[in-house]
Design a protein around this ligand. Structure first.
Ligand code: SAH
Ligand code: SF4
Length: 364
């Protein structure tokens, strides 16, 4: 029986060194291979001209570099590109490429689906399918840069697509290591943001392993409400979560702030009383607040907060001295919620009608 080929796409520098060691090759091959794959976008070993023909042949027999496949790409009038990606398991995920004035941001997924069931999130409503492999995570960045080489290279990555990155830590950290590595994507740590709903023990461990930017999906500032809309709060309540955030900052020599994400849902978490709670619990935590108007989706009764409420909520926080931004949804809400888009998408894929899912993307 033919042995399965090893997919080297998600291998970090360290693992590639081990790999080349195992086939009696010098360690500098690891850097060479990283450059071919992640800087030049070359995945066919036969084109890697600084490898001997013998090595190229050998690699072709035992290994491969295989990104996931793009099923569909849709470009919005504002230039945001949404890619529907099919994994080998058949699961669908989505990534979103968002052009801004001075940067090109990629919103990526870490899991297909999510087990955490936040009540405002379509991904959560769909349930959990699988953890993405390291190759499937970094594969999204590879595809964003090389599948469609017409647009500028990705400058920023946010783990705000489908899934909870801190429930797939090892693969997420491997992909981060490649994002940072000078022979791979060479992004600075400030340009990578990991967003979590608050898996406290993993945040506590994270600081020893990485120092990328951290965003917390807070969405409620008291335990009663947060237990309801972000159910993982029952396991890791606000106090523990905020302590973990402080600890994360303390362990970093230079990192100054954490981003607090707060979706504004009409009549649920958007009153001035809620804003007061927020001010109270965030006191003493160096942070900036990112307000996100809720994006409605089918099957969820929540509605987006009214314009005036959003304004008042924001002004209150600003007056209290918090740097507060409002994530602007560009008409079609593409930026608003990658996770949500993916959730909607998956729902229609689940209906076993791929055409529908593509239509759905086109209408979002
Ligand atoms: N699981 C992680 C990362 C993925 S979700 C987390 O929860 O942080 C990332 C973000 O998707 C959430 O913080 C939220 O900002 C956004 N999101 C999910 N559903 C949304 C919705 N219906 N409207 C607006 N934003 C949404
Ligand atoms: Fe999962 Fe994040 Fe959605 Fe909550 S918001 S269900 S943690 S993907």
């Amino acid at each position: 029986m033919q042995k399965e080929k090893i997919n080297l796409l998600g291998f970090t520098h360290e693992r590639l060194v081990e790999f080349f060691d195992s086939i009696d090759q010098p360690r500098f091959r690891a850097s060479q291979l990283l450059k071919w794959i992640h800087q030049r976008g070359v995945i066919d070993f036969m084109l890697m001209t600084d490898f001997s023909l013998e090595l190229r042949n050998n690699l072709s027999v035992i290994a491969e570099v295989k990104p996931p496949s793009v099923e569909e790409c849709h470009v919005s009038p504002e230039g945001t590109k949404k890619y529907l990606i099919k994994l080998e398991s058949g699961s669908m995920i989505e990534m979103v490429k968002i052009p801004e004035k001075k940067r090109m941001t990629l919103c990526i997924s870490s899991q297909a689906g999510c087990a955490l069931q936040c009540t405002f999130c379509a991904t959560g409503a769909q349930g959990f399918e699988k953890n993405l492999s390291d190759a499937e995570i970094i594969g999204q960045l590879w595809l964003a840069n090389f599948y469609d080489s017409s647009s500028p290279l990705i400058s920023n990555v946010v783990f705000m697509g489908m899934g909870e990155p801190l429930l797939n830590v090892e693969n997420v950290l491997s992909s981060i290591s490649l994002m940072l590595h000078q022979n791979a994507y060479g992004l600075s740590k400030r340009r990578i943001t990991l967003s979590t709903s608050g898996i406290v023990p993993e945040i506590n461990k994270l600081a020893e392993r990485t120092d990328v930017s951290l965003a917390i999906s807070l969405h409620a500032a008291n335990n009663i409400l947060r237990d309801e809309i972000v159910p993982i709060n029952k396991k890791y309540p606000l106090n523990d979560l905020l302590d973990a955030c402080k600890q994360y900052l303390n362990n970093q020599s230079k990192r100054k702030t954490i981003t607090i994400e707060y979706i504004l849902i009409d009549g649920i978490n958007d009153s001035i009383e809620h804003a007061k709670d927020l001010v109270k619990i965030l006191k003493g935590l160096p942070c900036k607040i990112n307000l996100i108007p809720f994006n409605p989706f089918e099957g969820c009764d929540y509605m987006r907060s009214k314009e005036d409420t959003i304004k008042d909520f924001k002004n209150f926080l600003v007056k209290k001295g918090f740097i507060t931004t409002l994530r602007i949804t560009r008409g079609d809400a593409i930026d608003g919620a990658c996770g949500q888009l993916v959730g909607n998408l998956k729902k229609s894929v689940k209906g076993k009608n791929n055409k529908n899912s593509i239509n759905l993307i086109n209408t979002l």
